[in-house]
Design a protein around this ligand. Structure first.
Ligand code: HEC
Ligand code: HEC
Length: 433
């Protein structure tokens, strides 16, 4: 009986979905999804594309000079081949430890982050003797690359209700007889101190809010401090006043422009020709049938316009409310045997001050158990990505699929048992995304 009621409720929900919700706009055309006008979107993109200099607060430690350097293929806001380096080790108690990285001939030790910055602003003319380049200490035996991800369409992802992701996790666990149980990870919302939400961004679901992520990226990728991340990683050879990111005449800081830029992007568009092909359509049916779609979920729906999210700090605008979109992901954490062993470094992502306030709460959370898990990579726009998986180490779709073990091993086995022509249809489908 309960099953029947659930089935009826589900078919109602599906009918409702079809009747009620519009599909998110897609395209690689640098145009807005309707959340702002095109001129505002263009101006926000200019901030995202801007190359930061020493006088803007770049560094002292950094990875690149602009958001676009890592998020631009084929247009600003998408992904790229740029990878970054994360390391750590296990302590005597078997728990993950972030590295202690000495800089300036050992005068200072950088701690509390798993990221190792690839670049530094000095030695330079003003500080010819200051040596602050980070290097991986020999002791850090857990090492990984993480490749840059797509941001286009992430405004829709941010607007998925927490409850949808919680239900999705329960439902996939039930339908797969507990073989596949995506993990929901609660993470702090930096702009709403004391509040948590279901993580959905980054390879390890480290943020639920795009504003939190923008501040994290501005500090850790570019070395630029903001109201949400006011503490420099190091003050050595730093001459610019803090925070580096201050509001303009419109009251918005760079991080606000970055978040609005990302929120207003269209979702990645499919390859129009391949999406129509018979092979890709057969491939999609097989993708569903063998269980790829249990994690790579085709369709999700955003909360209605007017819903307050991110601890009440952001109201879903009309353009992002009650919209269906097609990420081919569940935004949940899974162990598919590829886990890089790196635990999310809380002071790094949420700021040292927030972390101190949240420490008691976070320790109760399941962060530790997600150490070897990775968020299901959303497959929208995956055709633009020649290097696959979190480390960019798989160079063909077949190689990427073969690497799926753990929770996905029974699905991978089904893929391997398909006829060659059927496997090719699935690959054709992936090429259309
Ligand atoms: C040096 C390269 C690099 C730069 C510069 C960079 N990013 Fe990223 N970005 C990445 C990588 C790598 C990830 C995945 C990080 C992870 O999970 O380990 C990422 C993830 C993200 C995400 C999560 C998206 C998702 O769907 O999961 C957002 C949002 C983001 N970056 C925004 C920005 C913004 C805004 C800037 C500029 C302030 C920026 N990034 C600068 C490399 C970069
Ligand atoms: C248990 C959940 C799960 C199942 C089932 C699953 N995947 Fe994945 N998939 C993931 C995760 C998690 C990642 C990211 C792994 C990593 O980066 O280490 C991923 C990554 C990928 C990637 C790489 C995307 C990128 O941007 O790098 C492709 C392609 C892919 N999956 C295709 C498939 C196909 C095809 C199937 C079915 C044969 C499948 N997956 C089944 C969870 C799953």
């Amino acid at each position: 009986m309960r099953i029947l009621i659930a089935a009826v409720a589900l078919s109602f929900a599906l009918a409702f979905t079809a009747a009620q919700f519009a599909d998110a706009p897609t395209g690689f055309d640098n145009k807005t999804n309707g959340m702002v006008d095109d001129a505002t979107h263009q101006a926000d993109q200019t901030k995202f594309d801007e190359t930061e200099q020493l006088s803007d607060g770049l560094g002292p430690l950094y990875n690149a000079q602009s958001c676009r350097e890592c998020h631009q293929n084929p247009v600003s806001g998408a992904a790229s081949q740029v990878t970054e380096l994360r390391v750590g080790h296990l302590g005597p108690d078997g728990h993950f430890r972030t590295p202690d990285i000495p800089i300036a001939h050992g005068a200072e030790v950088i701690s509390g982050r798993s990221l190792v910055n690839d670049r530094a602003i000095c030695p330079n003319a003003a500080f010819p003797a200051e040596e602050i380049q980070e290097r991986v200490p020999e002791t850090e035996t857990i090492r990984t690359f993480r490749i840059s991800v797509n941001l286009l369409g992430d405004g829709f992802v941010e607007a998925i209700p927490d409850q949808t992701l919680i239900e999705l996790s329960k439902q996939q666990c039930k339908s797969s007889h507990r073989k596949i149980c995506g993990q929901v990870l609660y993470v702090p919302i930096v702009e709403a101190p004391g509040q948590m939400g279901v993580g959905r961004f980054g390879w390890k679901d480290v943020h639920t809010s795009l504003l939190s992520f923008a501040a994290d990226a501005y500090l850790n990728e570019m070395g630029v401090t903001s109201r949400l991340q006011p503490d420099e990683v190091t003050k050595l050879c730093n001459t610019v006043s803090e925070p580096n990111d201050t509001p303009g005449p419109d009251g918005l800081s760079d991080i606000d422009h970055f978040a609005r830029f990302i929120r207003a992007t269209k979702a990645p568009a499919r390859d129009a020709e391949l999406a129509k092909s018979a092979a890709a359509n057969k491939g999609q049916a097989l993708f569903d049938k063998i269980g790829c779609a249990t994690c790579h979920v085709a369709t999700l729906t955003t909360a209605p316009a007017g819903t307050k999210i991110n601890g009440g700090t952001f109201t879903i605008p009309a353009a992002l409310g009650s919209v269906t979109f097609h990420p081919y992901g569940d935004f949940l954490m899974h162990d598919v045997g590829t886990g890089d062993g790196i635990l999310q470094a809380t002071p790094e992502h949420y700021g040292r001050r927030v972390f101190q306030r949240m420490a008691g709460y976070l320790s109760k959370q399941d962060f530790e158990s997600s150490r070897n898990k990775i968020r299901t990579a959303p497959l929208w726009g995956v055709r633009m990505r020649p290097r696959l998986m979190h480390d960019g180490a798989s160079l063909t779709f077949v190689d990427a699929i073969a690497r799926h073990q753990g929770e996905a091993s029974h699905v991978t086995q089904k893929f391997e048992k398909l006829k060659r022509s059927e496997q090719e249809e699935i690959i054709e489908f992936l090429k259309s995304l």
